[in-house]
Design a protein around this ligand. Structure first.
Ligand SMILES: Cc1cc2nc3c(=O)[nH]c(=O)nc-3n(C[C@H](O)[C@H](O)[C@H](O)COP(=O)(O)OP(=O)(O)OC[C@H]3O[C@@H](n4cnc5c(N)ncnc54)[C@H](O)[C@@H]3O)c2cc1C
Ligand code: FES
Length: 264
């Protein structure tokens, strides 16, 4: 794991994606080149706006040439509302890179990547990283779903990866009508122990992927979220129960776990 740093960066670019979602490019961040898919940063605006704790965001993309990092986020509460006000040139304090990140699979097997809603960013980075590392694009399936068409973000960027992409919406306003797990069942007939699942998104999606893996005897990795006050393993504010007994700190031992490892 690369050394964790705390640095003041600035907003290089901000885009309003609609539906209360935003895209930020932050730089420069000295550890950009060492960031792996599935890792995250813990950030805070400089004026804070009265928000004391940092908030966690997965890395959506990195730009090694300019040492910048990209995140996508949706406004939920005070912290994300404050962040959504940031403008080009505003200072943002970044702590990272944090967390373990995904373990890359063998190049011989097919990867089934399942992302729902705001769980998409780390999975896009994973798929892009795999393509850059020479993985066969035909062996990467990306299932991305949202409640409705307007909730889907950065589709053109995902399409550019040239992987097998299946979009779904709960209301059928775009792509397959139904949940991501149903889209996998209906559009992919190679579910078996030879392939691997990756998932990030709402709890319902993670539970469905967990059951799918169990049923098909597949291995996989899921990226989890938990409220994260400190982000560095001290406060125990992010613990979740392990199936084998005991607890895990999502910020330190996670956020990526083997399917079945954590009780969801
Ligand atoms: C490892 C990690 C990666 C993340 N990546 C992204 C990302 O790429 N894009 C994105 O939009 N969001 C991401 N999140 C979630 C993001 O950190 C939360 O949206 C943010 O902390 C909410 O802050 P807030 O101040 O807006 O809401 P708050 O006012 O803090 O909370 C609003 C509500 O959400 C609950 N809540 C807060 N944080 C979490 C959490 N992490 N999990 C479950 N419930 C929570 C609170 O209990 C409260 O009910 C990630 C979280 C983690 C832990
Ligand atoms: S957030 Fe403090 S231990 Fe994980």
């Amino acid at each position: 794991m690369s050394k964790i740093v705390i640095e003041t960066t600035e907003v290089l670019k901000k885009r309003d994606l609609g539906q209360n979602c935003f895209h930020l490019i932050l730089g420069t961040f000295s550890k950009t080149k060492s960031i792996k898919p599935g890792q995250f940063i813990h950030i805070k605006t400089i004026n804070g706006g009265g928000v004391f704790f940092r908030r966690a965001f997965s890395i959506f993309d990195i730009n090694p040439k300019e040492n910048s990092i990209e995140i996508l986020f949706k406004v939920f509460g005070r912290g994300t509302a404050e962040l959504s006000k940031a403008q080009k040139g505003d200072k943002i304090n970044v702590m990272g890179p944090l967390g373990n990140g995904f373990t890359l699979p063998s190049k011989k097997i097919t990867s089934i990547i399942a992302g729902g809603g705001i769980g998409m960013p780390p999975l896009y980075f994973l798929a892009k990283y795999m393509i850059e590392k020479g993985y066969n694009s035909e062996k990467i399936w990306f299932f991305y779903g949202g409640k409705t068409k307007n909730e889907l973000m950065e589709l053109s960027k995902i399409k550019k990866l040239g992987i097998n992409l299946v979009i779904s919406t709960d209301d059928g306003s775009y792509g397959f009508k139904g949940f991501v797990s149903q889209a996998i069942n209906d559009n992919f007939d190679g579910l078996n122990g030879q392939n691997i699942l990756f998932a990030c998104g709402p709890l319902g999606l993670l539970k469905a992927i967990d059951q799918m893996a169990l049923r098909e005897k597949m291995s996989g990795q899921i990226s989890l979220e938990a409220p994260m006050p400190c982000g560095i393993g001290i406060c125990l504010g992010c613990i979740l129960p392990l199936r084998e007994g005991g607890y895990t700190r999502v910020c330190r031992e996670g956020p990526v776990y083997k399917i079945g490892e954590v009780i969801l």
